[in-house]
Write a protein of this length. Structure first.
Length: 153
């Protein structure tokens, strides 16, 4: 029995693509599309903070894993029927594995901040806390395409 290198190369390429799915969303990171856009600014005070889990969707992993599994599976077998069946089975298994891989790579932790606004009202914002915010800190609330809180100077 001869084992082809092609299925393993396809799986290796899918794994490399999953590495690019790692989250880069932080409270202090902006995408190019978010630059030069106005945001409404309010001020407030943090009244509570609790850790939360942010889970990835798994959609991209499902597609990439299914494609890689289908290609890898299609090389198993001898005739066209067995190649087709193995390709279909590989696509299903690859899709499930790809979804699980993306979820594990993109699941992260963040904090839910409850902020009492000086102008009245209370909001909740989920974001990372690389700025070391604590309960009682006065913050600036930026509302644009995303809502962020930052320490008030």
């Amino acid at each position: 029995m001869v084992i082809s290198v092609k299925p393993f190369a396809a799986l290796l390429m899918a794994a490399a693509l999953f590495a690019g799915c790692a989250p880069t969303n932080t409270a202090t990171t902006y995408s190019p599309e978010q630059m030069n856009r106005e945001a409404q600014v309010e001020t407030g005070t943090i009244v509570s903070i609790r850790p939360v889990s942010v889970e990835g969707s798994g959609r991209t992993g499902t597609l990439l894993g299914g494609a890689a599994g289908g290609v890898a599976g299609s090389f198993i077998g001898g005739d066209w029927r067995s190649n087709l069946l193995a390709g279909l089975a590989g696509a299903v298994v690859g899709g499930v594995a790809g979804s699980a891989a993306e979820r594990s790579l993109t699941t992260t932790t963040a904090n839910e901040f409850i902020v009492e606004l000086e102008g009245g009202g209370t909001i909740a914002v989920v974001q990372t806390n690389e700025q070391g915010l604590r309960v009682g800190d006065r913050v600036t609330v930026l509302r644009g395409d995303r809502t962020r809180i930052t320490p008030r100077a």
